[in-house]
Design a protein around this ligand. Structure first.
Ligand code: FAD
Length: 385
């Protein structure tokens, strides 16, 4: 069996690894010549890490993961801790720690594991078509690749999605802009082993530890889409938006390097449940583009890859049948998490300030159990529970 995979993001690469493990030949095609992930880092929750463990990458991902032992919310203006608690109960219940990881390092690790010789960079898919026995992909340079099936892991703006659905789906703006990057861990900003989030006025400033003494930081700023901010103005923009935030947030803004900071307008897509057409299936953001509010988009892509591999390994009624079984297993869970993230974006970003204030009020009396139940509800239901 030969698989063509479009996209060498974390979804396409995990799929490539999963499919090689069941003995399929894999050819990954990626549009860009050099992959520069849109975010500096991401949190791999226990479900995502378990998928990487399943794919044989346990030691590699552990080496990249930050030591995130506890979690806290801090009132942004005063700097007073609203709630702080140990995350061990989450890890013990899930059977695996979470690992915040730098994206570039995750990307490199996955490219090595997939086999760089199996990845063609600078290959932009422009057309997909099928005949009775094969699927074909045409690239911008006119070249054509053929295989037994094709996985569209081509991200939020997926061309393969339009082939599968026969239409281009709209993306919905989530109402806020995210700035993110990496800084050296500084205990004057937050404890080194803690995910700390400063909240006020529907804004968030957050740090979580990744390997090698670095914090992944992100700022969420509610506001309209389509604004242009020059990179050179990132720090001033953040200083304005967070002017009345406490000293640790000012220190964090002082520490960031604009050249290595990303600014991303956040969008999602209303869940849809048709992920496959003939010999073609969607995976990762192509299938379920989510806002990052529960940190599960990449983890879902990893779950997709694991389920896809299993579906193609254990079902013998043909590729189309296995792809439908993959879709049926994955679409309900992924769709539910997209909607959960959307609700959470609304709750935390002050679109209805009374709702966000009620959330803040609850944080002062939170002992961690409610938040941990929420984290576990995202993790549970994963294919490796
Ligand atoms: P992508 O990473 O987008 O990869 C798609 C690839 O396809 C790209 O390399 C692209 O160049 C290529 N491609 C596109 N079109 C073509 C074409 N025509 N031909 C060839 N190649 C093509 N997830 C988590 O699990 N935890 C988090 O903490 C988290 N935080 C996030 C924070 C932010 C700010 C954002 C924006 C997202 C976050 N996510 C998080 C979500 C996560 O980043 C995505 O879900 C994940 O990157 C999806 O991977 P993918 O491989 O499906 O898509």
């Amino acid at each position: 069996m030969k698989a063509i995979i479009i996209g060498a993001g974390m979804g396409g690469l995990c799929a490539g690894i999963a499919l090689q493990r069941i003995g399929h030949e894999v050819a990954v095609y990626e549009r860009v010549r050099e992959i520069r992930p849109v975010g500096a880092a991401l949190s791999l929750w226990s479900n995502g890490v378990k998928c990487l463990n399943f794919l044989g990458l346990e030691a590699q991902v552990r080496a990249l993961g930050g030591q995130m032992d506890s979690m806290a919310y801090v009132e942004g203006h005063s700097g007073r801790t609203m709630t702080a608690f140990d995350l061990a109960p989450v890890y013990e219940t899930a059977g695996q720690r979470a690992y915040p990881v730098a994206r570039a390092e995750l990307q490199n690790m996955l490219m090595d594991a997939c086999g760089r010789e199996n990845i063609t960079l600078g290959a932009e898919l422009v057309e997909v078509w099928e005949d009775e026995s094969q699927v074909h992909a045409r690239f911008a340079d006119g070249s054509v690749a053929s295989g037994d099936y094709l996985i569209g892991a081509d991200g939020a703006h997926s061309l393969v999605r339009s082939y599968v659905l026969g239409e281009k789906l709209p993306r919905d703006y989530s109402g806020y802009v995210n700035f993110n990057g990496l800084v050296a861990i500084d205990p004057a900003i937050a404890p080194a082993d803690r995910w700390t989030t400063f909240v006020a006025d529907g804004k968030r400033a957050s740090v979580m530890p990744v390997a090698d003494g670095r914090f992944y930081f992100f700022f969420d700023v509610p506001g309209p889409a389509g604004q242009t901010v020059e990179r050179a103005d990132f720090k001033d923009t953040l200083r304005q938006h967070f002017a009345d935030f406490a000293a640790p947030v000012q220190r964090l803004i002082d520490a960031i390097e604009p050249e290595r900071t990303n600014r991303v307008e956040i969008f999602d897509i209303t869940p849809f449940h048709t992920w496959t057409r003939g010999r073609v299936a969607l995976l990762g953001d192509a299938a379920h583009n989510t806002s990052p509010d529960i940190g599960q988009g990449g983890c879902m892509a990893m779950e997709d890859a694991v389920v896809l591999g299993i579906a193609l390994q254990v079902n013998t009624l043909g590729v189309q049948d296995a792809l439908i079984r993959y879709q049926n297993r994955r679409a309900p869970r992924a769709g539910e998490l997209v909607l959960r993230a959307r609700r959470r974006a609304a709750e935390t970003h002050g679109f209805d300030m009374a709702e966000t204030q009620a959330w803040y009020d609850g944080l002062w009396t939170e002992d961690g159990s409610r938040i941990m139940r929420g984290l576990l509800s995202n993790i549970e239901g994963n294919p490796l529970d």
